[in-house]
Design a protein around this ligand. Sequence first.
Ligand SMILES: [Zn+2]
Length: 289
Amino acid sequence: MPELPEVETVAQGLQKRALGRRITSVEVRHAGVIVGSPEGFVSGVEGGRLVAVGRKGKALALELAGGNAQPSRYLLVRLGMTGQLTVVPRAAPLEPHTHVRLALDAGEEELRFRDVRRFGRLRCCTRPEWEAVWSALGPDAQQVTEAEFRRAMHGRRGAIKSWLMNQKVIAGLGNIYADESLFVARIHPLAQPGRVSGKKARSLFRAVRKVLERAVALQGTSFRDYLDIEGRPGNFLPRLRVYQRTGEPCRRCGHEIRRMVIAGRSSHFCPHCQPRPRRAAKMRGTRPA
Ligand SMILES: [Zn+2]
């Protein structure tokens, strides 16, 4: 599932390949991925020129300037589980699960939205609507300050893993980078945010920064479906230290990486490097939000 580094890679690709270009025509092939009516989506997006690419957490917003002094529209993109945005020649063979095609400029290239699982969403909205979506998210995980981060931990009693993945608290982390950050900070996924020491809280804040920075530099992690705007996979996979490494030796201490399910999601950790605290969150009653 694309998380901050993957979405940031897509945002950078859009900036390089699509910024300044006009969307000349829109074809919706599967209406299920559009929020609102497909007709409204097409008329809102068609004719707009891409003037800015914004990202907050895992959400993308493409600002489209309308002609004739029309106010800007915002094309919001959620990649969901398996969404891909690619810029390809219009004549390129159409892959299965391509749901939306947006022709660019004279139509020799187009932006395609492909999504096997169909959890991704495209939505055309006004500035106030876009702002409402943005303000419902917590601070971006790359922008959040240490003070904000530690304040948000205060008094929280659930599992720190779920806390890290709550987009209203900090936006951008999902299962992969939450597991990796906890490993780097040597914190057990069932630790309680409000009970970790100040020193540990600082390590976690720094770990999140470091892990995201490295993953962005390597264009994210590709398990199955994630691809960048040119259709290339990310390169962070070999760098993963705990995620999906159950049973393999910890790269730091050699103990076996374990897996446990917290709030319905797999957590991967090293029981030696990340010892379970005496007052861990209860397994029952931990919730993702
Ligand atoms: Zn270890």
